[in-house]
Design a protein around this ligand. Structure first.
Ligand SMILES: *[C@@H]1O[C@H](CO)[C@@H](O)[C@H](O)[C@H]1NC(C)=O
Ligand SMILES: *[C@@H]1O[C@H](CO)[C@@H](O)[C@H](O)[C@H]1NC(C)=O
Ligand SMILES: *[C@@H]1O[C@H](CO)[C@@H](O)[C@H](O)[C@H]1NC(C)=O
Ligand SMILES: CC(=O)N[C@H]1CO[C@H](CO)[C@@H](O)[C@@H]1O
Length: 449
């Protein structure tokens, strides 16, 4: 009796709880569906053609891009569309994320062209297309960003129109009342202060200077992009990373006039996989420590890279007088063809005529080379480390480098400490075993933690 009463009470309570819960569930899901319908009713797609862009490659479409962005920015997970089949002439522009909703997609299937007439650039700007202060931003598509950089590449750029833009009546009329291009050459596409950045599929060509730059960004994913500019175009880095963490660069082709990938101060947890580089200056960490600055780079993996006809293969370059450190770097599966110097650490890097000698340096340690193969034209291995602060923890495993001419050259080492994990070809006998007796580390100056 007592027992069955308890049971019926239990059933009653259970039924009540279930009915309350399910009625709540119905109400909640109903509002959710309504909310979802409301979102769907306003298609969150913003095509620049609907905002007045002409897309004829001559008219200035900057305003239309500004308007389309302003609209897209207000809606979470919206898409701004730059459609295929059109060419958009766009002046320097900033897609700012201040007061924007997160998760915007910039669908680039058409072509964006940089103006070549000086008036478009004012007194100079650091970048042409800027995405800044965004939370989750994706640029994807089959489109092209063309910096038309050749007008900037001469030492004293004048307003001579490029061969690619001869019929630019509107451009020429503006040129008539303007002078030269500014001396500051812009980066074509720059991301600043953003988290969760994806760039995939697009082509960036003939940048005025660096093609793609990430500064102060976290969680960056770059894949299947194509960077293309001539081998003799000055300072046209492929991808430049600065003060950025957790960056992956995958399956891309980089042909340019400077470093294919350049990893600068403040970068950590960088992963580069399956990249083809050339022409260009190779894969670089640095230069670091310019003008006595402190630089910190840690945890970099660069793997499955092919390089052809480049200045270097994998390189670390630091200036005398700098401080900070480069630590925990792995270069693996690096295939070189006719590369001047495939493996290089240069702590005497100097990109002007003469640089001051100095005892302080950016410390370089735990640098691993695994499976580096192919042909070189100048020197197979070049380690020029600081007298005061030798390189430590260099390991070489499975290195097979042949001269592409008949004369083999011996590796060069200066104050470079580490070990050979396997026999190497050529033999790298010049590497000092173990650790230097005095490391010379100025603990505060070189500490990065
Ligand atoms: C990259 O783009 C350039 C210029 O548009 C083109 O010539 C080249 O074939 C492209 N490379 C790849 C791998 O798509
Ligand atoms: C080093 O970077 C990789 C990404 O390349 C990351 O997965 C790993 O967790 C990092 N290691 C440390 C110790 O932070
Ligand atoms: C720096 O030191 C090297 C080697 O001792 C020397 O040849 C060079 O002249 C010095 N450079 C300057 C600018 O003092
Ligand atoms: C031949 C040609 O394409 N001419 C065009 C050059 O640019 C002007 C200004 O945009 C156009 O009006 C012409 O049709």
């Amino acid at each position: 009796m007592i027992c069955s009463m308890k049971l019926s009470t239990f059933i009653l309570i259970t039924v009540t709880v279930i009915s309350i819960w399910s009625s709540c569930f119905e109400r909640c899901s109903a509002t959710e569906t309504k909310h979802w319908r409301k979102l769907k009713a306003v298609p969150a797609i913003y095509n620049v053609l609907d905002y007045g862009a002409k897309g004829d490659g001559h008219a200035d479409d900057t305003k239309a891009f500004d308007l389309a962005w302003a609209a897209a920015c207000k809606m979470e997970a919206s898409t701004m569309v730059v459609p295929s089949g059109s060419i958009f002439l766009v002046k320097p522009i900033s897609f700012s994320g201040l007061n924007c909703e997160p998760n915007i997609v910039f669908q680039l299937d058409g072509k964006i062209l940089a103006p070549t007439y000086p008036a478009a650039w004012g007194s100079g700007t650091l970048q042409w297309l800027e995405f800044t202060k965004l939370n989750k931003i994706t640029i994807k598509g089959k489109g092209v960003i063309d910096g038309q950089g050749s007008v900037w590449w001469n030492d004293s750029p004048t307003n001579n129109p490029t061969s690619e833009s001869t019929n630019t009546t509107s451009q020429l009329s503006i040129q008539a009342n303007s002078g030269k291009l500014p001396s500051t050459k812009p980066t074509a596409l720059r991301f600043y202060g953003s988290n969760g950045v994806t760039v995939t599929g697009i082509t960036i060509k003939n940048s005025q200077q660096t093609h793609l730059k990430f500064d102060s960004c976290t969680n960056v994913h770059v894949s299947n992009i194509n960077v293309s500019s001539p081998g003799d175009s000055p300072n046209t880095d492929g991808i430049h990373l600065q003060n950025s963490q957790d960056v992956g660069i995958y399956s891309s082709t980089l042909a340019c006039g400077d470093d294919c990938v350049s990893i600068q101060s403040g970068c950590s947890n960088i992963y580069v996989d399956n990249v083809n580089c050339g022409p260009g200056h190779g894969m670089s960490i640095g230069s670091l420590g310019r003008e006595n600055t402190k630089a910190c780079v840690t945890n970099v993996t660069i793997r499955d890279i092919t390089l052809q006809d480049t200045l270097t293969g994998v390189r670390i370059k630091t200036h005398q007088g700098g401080s900070g450190s480069v630590q925990d770097v792995m270069f693996s599966n690096i295939q070189v063809s006719r590369v001047e110097t495939p493996i290089i650490i240069d702590q005497y890097y100097c990109d002007k005529g003469k640089c001051q000698n100095d005892t302080s340096a950016v410390a370089v340690s735990n640098i691993h080379y695994i499976n580096v193969k192919g042909t070189y034209t100048k020197k197979p291995v070049y380690f020029a480390c600081s007298d005061n602060l030798p390189c430590t923890g260099i390991t070489l495993d499975t290195i097979q480098l042949q001269s592409s001419s008949s004369s083999e050259v011996v590796p060069f080492c200066w104050e470079a400490y580490g070990e050979l994990k396997t026999k190497t070809a050529p033999p790298v006998d010049c590497l000092d075993k173990g650790n230097p007796s005095s490391t010379g580390i100025h603990s505060n100056k070189n500490s990065c933690s």
